[in-house]
Design a protein around this ligand. Structure first.
Ligand SMILES: Cc1cc2nc3c(=O)[nH]c(=O)nc-3n(C[C@H](O)[C@H](O)[C@H](O)COP(=O)(O)O)c2cc1C
Length: 254
């Protein structure tokens, strides 16, 4: 990926919120990159999403690789809302198997600049399938997803991780099959701030692009996170409460 064209300011994926309309609104505020979804892309992961909806959380249910036409129709509709906007587009996806992940990613790849594998969600329904955050404690299964993707898909792969569950960033990065972007939620459990020390560990170790994430709520915090030597930051919850933050940060970027 070309260093000069990789954006610095992303909207993070928030299932139930980050559809085409919401992404458009945030791009108009100044986001240079958006990540739609997350969506579950096969029958087993979608069933997990539906169970989550039943207990009250918002989740996108956009279709599955088993019924690919429905999934593609929905995704094309959402992406069409971003037509004519200069923005890097990704989509965050979950699947119950490496094959289904790669199949769905391949079908979705013409509409996106990158695809993001969700190794982040921690709802029990996903953990029972050994996906989401559980992929981070099973590096061999995680690498199966990455390797299957690389066999079939040409667009860059992003991996969304939660750094607090990775005890040893060096071992993790060394053992990880090749991904192009590491999207790091550097949450400090129980605290409303990111763990910049851990994020810097990943920045020092990882060769590709790093998107830093968690608790960016002011321009000062955004610039401080960028200054540790990462390519970009992403913002989730503050996009819901204070969309103007994107224009404030964009004005201060180099
Ligand atoms: C309502 C909601 C839905 C989310 N859905 C997803 C998701 O589907 N996939 C994912 O990787 N992260 C998801 N996240 C996590 C965000 O991308 C982000 O990592 C997290 O909110 C921390 O960043 P923030 O402090 O800027 O909000 C979600 C967060 C929220 C609040």
């Amino acid at each position: 990926m070309d260093k000069t064209t990789f954006p610095q300011l992303f909207l993070a994926p928030m299932t139930g919120y980050t559809d085409g309309d919401f992404c458009r609104k945030i791009v108009l505020q100044g986001a240079q990159g958006v990540i739609l979804g997350g969506i579950s892309v096969d029958a087993r992961s979608e069933l997990a999403s539906q169970q989550i909806i039943k207990r009250g959380r918002k989740e996108f249910v956009w279709g599955t690789v088993e019924e690919i036409e429905g999934l593609l129709t929905k995704v094309k509709l959402e992406v069409s809302k971003l037509k004519n906007l200069k923005v890097m587009k990704g989509i965050n996806i979950r699947a119950s198997s490496p094959e289904n992940f790669a199949k769905a990613a391949s079908a979705l790849s013409p509409f996106f600049d990158f695809i993001e594998l969700n190794a982040h969600c921690r709802q029990p329904e996903f953990l029972e399938l050994n996906i989401g955050q559980n992929l981070l404690s099973n590096i061999s299964f995680l690498n199966d997803f990455i390797n299957e993707y690389k066999k079939r898909v040409k667009v860059p792969l992003s991996l969304k991780i939660r750094s607090s569950v990775i005890q040893n960033p060096k071992d993790f990065v060394n053992d990880l099959s090749s991904v192009d972007i590491l999207h790091v939620d550097a949450m400090l459990p129980g605290k409303p701030e990111a763990d910049l020390t851990k994020l810097k560990d990943f920045a020092d170790l990882f060769q590709g692009k790093i998107i830093g994430n968690n608790s960016v709520t002011t321009t000062g915090i955004a610039l401080k996170m960028l200054n540790i030597g990462i390519s970009a930051i992403s913002i989730g919850r503050a996009a819901l409460s204070n969309p103007l933050l994107f224009s404030e940060i964009k004005d201060r970027l180099k």
